[in-house]
Design a protein around this ligand. Sequence first.
Ligand SMILES: NC(=O)c1ccc[n+]([C@@H]2O[C@H](COP(=O)([O-])OP(=O)(O)OC[C@H]3O[C@@H](n4cnc5c(N)ncnc54)[C@H](OP(=O)(O)O)[C@@H]3O)[C@@H](O)[C@H]2O)c1
Length: 234
Amino acid sequence: MERVLVIGGARALGAAVARRAAKDGYDVVVGARDLAAADALAGGIGATAVRVDLQDESTLAAAARRLKDGIDHIVTTGSAPHDVRVTELDRDRLLAAFTAKVVGPMLVAKHFAPVLRPAGSMVLFSGVVGWRPRPGSLVKGVTNGAVEYAVRHLAADLAPVRVNAVSPGVVDSGAWDRLGDRKTALLSNSADQTFVGRHGEADDVVDTVMWLLRAGFVSGETIHIEGGARHKSA
Ligand SMILES: NC(=O)c1ccc[n+]([C@@H]2O[C@H](COP(=O)([O-])OP(=O)(O)OC[C@H]3O[C@@H](n4cnc5c(N)ncnc54)[C@H](OP(=O)(O)O)[C@@H]3O)[C@@H](O)[C@H]2O)c1
């Protein structure tokens, strides 16, 4: 049975990946900075839980020690958004955003390289904002763009372990529920920005992540799951 660690696995898209992987017969480890939340999800899907905080390298080292018997795949969904105009940048939040999406996954690779099995893979999360600049998109856009380069270079470094990214468009993952009444407008506007005329669903992303775990001849790639949004003019 292949083992997959899902970082950010207690919530939203990470939880959706963890649930599907468990259903598909993987040995799932839910990694989250909130161990109680990871335990709660893991208990319901026959998985185990481990504390992983992408902002704290010691938790990455400890998780790799816990999983020293070997791991096949790591999916890392973490993000720490800082969606402000350039004049409002906060240095700590800027660094936290890069750590969640780019530096953290690179350190995950550092600590897990000795335990990742050769036929295994990593999947990082980018996002469409990397390709659609607008006022306020600076941090999300640059971190998402950096993920595309991170997977190319990690793929070279970790080979034959494969490293890829998914880049979702706007997806109703649960994360947007915090917008309350404004969520419907966001999803509807995002649908207008695609060729396919709809927003993304969690299953659109999960289907692609599960395919990447098995896609043995795909490495260093970013797969865009956004209905053509990068190509459609405003
Ligand atoms: N949903 C969309 O429309 C969309 C669009 C484009 C790209 N994406 C990308 O897809 C990924 C997942 O997004 P989402 O929709 O599931 O919602 P999200 O709220 O962005 O999910 C982020 C996940 O990262 C975890 N996380 C944050 N900081 C962490 C840390 N220091 N250590 C470990 N985990 C940490 C969160 O866990 P906690 O519960 O601990 O906060 C949560 O599980 C993100 O990278 C996001 O940028 C999403």
